[in-house]
Design a protein around this ligand. Structure first.
Ligand SMILES: C[S@@+](CC[C@H](N)C(=O)[O-])C[C@H]1O[C@@H](n2cnc3c(N)ncnc32)[C@H](O)[C@@H]1O
Length: 698
């Protein structure tokens, strides 16, 4: 049932069909004759339109679109798709009356007596039988399933109803978290509850539904071991065996159970946060509804991009059903009831939801007042006129990532790695996850930091060159990424002696893609060069300064200050992190004014023997250069001063200042492009007088 289906129909044929159907009982119509009739009188069939099905249309209109598409050259597969869509559309609203009319009067009668219409298309008769037979069977199964209430999954549905009718939930708090587990998921549960307990500080009430005879004791044992008592456990023992990792049908039972129980809790006015046991919720999520941007939202999902693919192709994103939050209301209860029907038909919670939303014509829109994706389901027939508001959460509130990594642990991070913790290769990751959660809002144990940031071990015997590390972490200072400046060839030489010394390195400008390229400073970025420096130097303290916030990058040897190179005050704030640096690298906006302002404020903090490096002198940001106060180009200013002994007039840096710098300078070096791609000088290295700290401490 692809939403991308491209099926054409003739609106003029459709209106002729509709005219002949309207106000007549369908069983009185001979559709074979009707098709012949409309084909004969309708000679103007050029203007084709894309066919689709709307459950809100009158049944005769939907039949008219379907029949006129049948008369139009379309592939059988696409016609079956349209027919299926019509059948499912009525099935999910339990409209057996329309289904019976459709199948008996249209599908069945065209299967039994297809009209002879040779001039429509060669194989019309054959195609007509093929398609209508298929749809006739499908519609009958749908009718049968709806009516046959003793069918397997209706029986299961009744078991859940009986189970929930006996639940005592009067003492539960308004907001609950809900998980369910089968025996297969016990190992996952044991990790999940550790992470949950740590991230909520035990303050959030958890409702666990244990499925099957044997899980109860294991759940209790685990909860006792971690002294977790803020919990209500219900045991559900269905008559059939349910497994979590069987075929689709087994899983279907669990997904169905989940939606049904959530609807039950919502009907009892509980806000519910649901989590799969492989959705590791690392930071506390319970305050979700306090977000102003979610004040009008009924149900909030994490965005995902896996399945169903056709919905991802349409929207670019879909609601993930592994972790979502429901705010109780009557309309949400009805919405969940509708979702339940779709799960029954689609055998899958996520596909069922996507189908339901596609069917209601949902589009996701980014709201002006919030970075979330928001949508309203307005389909009045399906939802009794209720407006349900759905939100796909912005990563700053919740985001889903595959691997535990400190760099991604901001906001509420959901690690949804889809793995079972009993697999050996996942045990280390589980340990990391526990460590992050144990850190809570505080920092995780320092020995965990390197692994959490995905850093190479800088003290390893087989350590890599700076160039290899630049390429690994995707800094453009190396040989593989972006303009690949190859500066690391030079740095590998310059910094070799300092690699294991406890020096201070300051980098100004941490990740490509900021305001120097016209982008917002308020972006989320990870600095490749900081990862590179931390992996290269085993003992150095790395300091960073940038107009974008990088404070989410946590490491015991990394410190960050946010600020603008154009502001003296901001640059002075760097000195609060450290008053002295052994290496200063300016890789920020590359605007001459910024480079010189930074040099003016920071050269004095360079240790004796230290390096002051300015990168990318060949390029000035078009977004800054013209709007900032006019100064000579940095390259010309420094070259003229140090090489030609000539001071270029400069309103920012006085001759007196530069004369003092020169007295303190051991060497001034510059390098043209190492790759020969430009003929311009790209980098200057000023070495201060004196013995470097790393030489002294050797
Ligand atoms: C070329 S990128 C740095 C690349 C990084 N060092 C690497 O090797 O991957 C430039 C950085 O300068 C920052 N930046 C731009 N304008 C700035 C300003 N006025 N003050 C401070 N930082 C600025 C940007 O946010 C961006 O992170």
């Amino acid at each position: 049932m692809s939403s991308e289906m491209k099926l054409y129909f003739s609106p003029s044929l459709a209106s002729s069909v509709a005219e002949r159907c309207v106000d007549r009982p369908l069983w009185q119509i001979n559709f074979g004759e009707l098709l012949k009739e409309v084909i004969e009188i309708d000679t103007n069939r050029d203007g084709l339109a894309l066919a689709d099905f709307r459950p809100t249309n009158h049944l005769s209109q939907n039949i008219a679109v379907y029949l006129s598409a049948l008369l139009t050259p379309n592939a059988s597969e696409d016609l079956i798709n349209l027919g299926q869509k019509i059948v499912w559309g009525y099935a999910v609203i339990l409209d057996t009356h329309s289904l019976v009319q459709l199948t008996n009067s249209v599908f069945k009668s065209l299967t039994l007596s297809p009209p002879l219409l040779k001039d429509v298309k060669d194989n019309f008769g054959y195609q007509c039988v093929e398609i209508n037979f298929h749809l006739h069977v499908l519609a009958n199964i749908a009718i049968h399933s709806i009516r046959r209430c003793d069918a397997d999954y209706y029986e299961f549905s009744r078991q859940i109803d009986q189970f929930s009718a006996q639940l005592h939930i009067d003492g539960l708090p308004k907001c609950i978290c809900f998980v369910f587990l089968t025996e297969n998921y016990l190992e996952n549960f044991e990790l999940w509850i550790d992470v949950f307990n740590a991230s909520t500080g035990g303050q959030q009430h958890l409702v666990i539904v244990g499925i099957g005879q044997r899980v109860h004791d294991r759940i209790i044992a685990k909860l006792n071991a971690i002294e977790f008592a803020n919990v209500t456990i219900f045991d559900f023992t269905p008559r059939q065996k349910l497994t979590a990792s069987g075929n689709g049908e087994d899983l279907y039972y669990l997904w169905y159970l989940k939606i049904k129980l959530i609807r039950y809790f919502v009907s009892r006015e509980h806000d519910v946060i649901y989590s799969d046991l492989d959705s590791f919720w690392v930071k506390n999520f319970i305050h979700i509804w306090e977000q102003a941007s979610l004040s009008d939202v009924d149900i909030a999902f994490m965005p995902s991009s896996d399945m169903p693919l056709y919905a991802v192709q349409k929207w670019g994103v879909i609601p993930c059903c592994g972790f979502f939050a429901c705010r109780a209301s009557g309309r949400l209860e009805r919405f969940l009831g509708r979702w339940e029907r779709w799960v029954e038909v689609m055998f899958d919670d996520q596909i069922g939801l996507a189908e339901m939303l596609l069917d209601a014509g949902v589009e996701w829109e980014q709201r002006n007042d919030s970075p979330d994706w928001r949508s309203v389901v307005w389909n009045s027939r399906a939802f009794h006129g209720d407006n349900i508001r759905l939100s796909l959460l912005n990563p700053s509130i919740a985001k889903r990532v595959g691997e535990p990594n400190l760099l991604t642990a901001e906001g509420v991070t959901i690690w949804h790695p889809r793995w079972n913790t009993f697999q050996q290769e996942h045990r280390n990751v589980a340990a990391t996850l526990r460590a992050v959660a144990a850190g809570g809002s505080a920092d995780p144990p320092s020995h965990q930091y390197g692994a959490l940031m995905g850093l190479a071990d800088p003290s390893s015997q087989e350590r890599e060159t700076l160039t290899a590390l630049a390429d690994r972490y995707r800094s453009d200072k190396g040989t593989a990424v972006g303009p690949a400046h190859h500066y690391t060839f030079l740095y590998d030489l310059l910094f070799a002696d300092a690699r294991d010394q406890s020096i201070n390195l300051l980098e100004i400008g941490l990740a490509v893609g900021g305001p120097e390229l016209g982008h917002s400073a308020d972006r989320f970025a990870i600095s490749p060069s900081v990862l590179m420096w931390l992996s290269y130097f085993s003992r150095a303290n790395i300091f960073g300064f940038d107009i974008t916030d990088f404070s989410h990058m946590k490491h015991p040897r990394f410190e960050f200050t946010r600020g603008d190179c154009g502001s003296t005050e901001d640059l002075q704030a760097i000195l609060r992190m450290s008053s002295h640096f052994d290496i200063i690298i300016d890789d920020a906006s590359h605007a001459s004014y910024h480079q010189q302002n930074t040099f003016k404020e920071l050269f004095k903090s360079l240790h004796p023997g230290g390096f002051y490096i300015i990168e990318d002198l060949h390029w000035q940001s078009p977004f800054f250069e013209d709007s900032l106060p006019v100064v000579p180009k940095t390259w010309e200013f420094f070259y003229d001063f140090f090489v030609d002994d000539k001071y270029l007039d400069n309103q920012l840096i006085s001759k007196k200042f530069m004369d003092a710098v020169k007295l303190d300078t051991y060497s001034f070096n510059y390098f043209y492009d190492f790759t020969g791609q430009t003929t311009l000088p790209k980098i200057i290295v000023i070495k201060k007088e004196g013995t470097p700290a790393w030489v002294k401490s050797c």
